[in-house]
Ligand binder design. Structure first.
Ligand code: TYC
Length: 112
């Protein structure tokens, strides 16, 4: 009598290796949001530098550099935060600019 060999193509030895490598984890990291400053022709440079120091914890040199990038390029990302923190930063900057009657615009956008 002839017996064909049984080929063990799937792991069935009781460990979970196959299950672990084939199962996609369903937990996702929460999305992060870029907070951006937009250029305009009226907000004073020193005011923008102050905003960056006050609300984004930048030192004077970092703040001046980012302000200049916005001034030259039209906009720049000033930080990346969770949705709640980004919303708070945008609201703080917009409120501070409004109270000082400057047209400075701050927006947020989902990071892809
Ligand atoms: N362009 C402005 C000026 O020349 C300066 C400025 C920089 C304004 C950055 C807004 O987000 C800004 N006074």
């Amino acid at each position: 009598m002839h017996l064909d060999p049984i080929i063990m193509s799937d792991k069935q030895d009781g460990d979970d290796t196959e299950l672990l490598t084939k199962t996609k984890p369903k937990t996702k990291r929460p999305p992060m949001y870029k907070v951006m400053l937009l250029n305009d022709d009226f907000t004073p440079m020193e005011f923008v530098v102050h905003v960056l120091e006050r609300f984004f914890g930048l030192n004077h040199a970092q703040a001046f550099e980012i302000m200049l990038t916005v001034h030259k390029k039209g906009l720049a990302v000033v930080g990346v935060f969770s949705h709640e923190i980004a919303e708070t930063k945008v609201a703080q900057v917009m409120d501070f600019a409004r109270r000082h009657q400057h047209p400075l615009q701050c927006t947020m956008e989902k990071e892809e």
